[in-house]
Ligand binder design. Structure first.
Ligand code: 5RP
Length: 235
């Protein structure tokens, strides 16, 4: 069952109210759940209860919303951030019992990984429908791929025993083009795999700029089971 907008809003709001502090360098994630955290940050800045936030965004979706709502937006190239964020709040598409993730349903995996792996703490907010016994059970692994490498990467994936499909846009003819100008391949493996090793194996395929497996940075989880049952999990 899909997670309701009400649960997503509660998760975004709780994430900010419980974990964001004045002066933080804050990563803002992408998607229909993470956007509620950006909205809460903006509301708290506007009412004066949150000060000194320097945000780094993971996508154009979040950048447009953050700038329109008055959140100060930086990039990791700004010297003042010292290449480090205190906390990133983001969503996920699939979460396994070891807290490995698949991300990239919104096509923002490249920036999401740079920002998540540059953060001291990663807080994932997600409805309980995202919990899964095994990654790839219900969601494909997205790869951000240079356009000219689509065929060679797809062949390599087949050699690895998987299947790759170009992500096709909705309300635009042809493929999805990411914020960074690349294409997306959604990859499925029927056979069981080790998520950490698979993240590394996908990473080194020529033409793959990033993959949607997030296994190197164990996140804290805020899981919405229902509107009045939000679970905080660190193990
Ligand atoms: C975007 C992402 C999102 O965080 C992920 O797709 C979850 O999105 P939503 O909260 O809308 O289900 O990884 O690239």
């Amino acid at each position: 069952m899909g997670d309701t907008e009400a649960i997503k809003k509660i998760l975004g709001t709780q994430a900010v109210d419980r974990f964001v502090e004045n002066g933080m360098r804050l990563g803002l994630g992408t998607g229909s759940t993470a956007i509620w955290a950006a909205r809460r940050v903006a509301a708290r800045i506007a009412d004066g209860s949150l000060r000194g936030i320097r945000a780094v965004v993971t996508s154009l979706q979040t950048e447009l919303e953050a700038r329109a709502l008055g959140i100060p937006v930086f990039t990791l190239n700004d010297a003042a951030l010292d290449c480090t964020l205190d906390l990133t709040i983001d969503g996920a598409d699939e979460i396994d019992p070891a807290r490995n993730l698949i991300k990239g349903g919104g096509g923002a995996l490249l920036m999401e990984k740079i920002i998540a792996y540059s953060s001291r703490r990663l807080l994932i907010i997600a409805g309980a429908s995202k919990l899964s016994a095994r990654l790839c059970d219900s969601f494909a692994i997205p790869l951000e791929v240079a356009a000219d490498a689509v065929a060679t990467v797809s062949r390599r994936i087949r050699e690895m025993g998987g299947e790759a499909a170009i992500r096709i846009a909705v309300r635009k003819a042809g493929p999805v083009v990411t914020d960074l100008g690349n294409l997306l391949l959604d990859v499925t493996f029927r056979q069981a795999f080790d998520p950490q090793r698979m993240e590394d194996e996908l990473k080194v395929i020529p033409g793959v700029l990033e993959n949607g497996l997030f296994t190197k940075k164990k996140p804290e989880l805020l899981i919405g089971h229902s509107e009045d049952n939000v679970e905080y999990r660190t193990a």
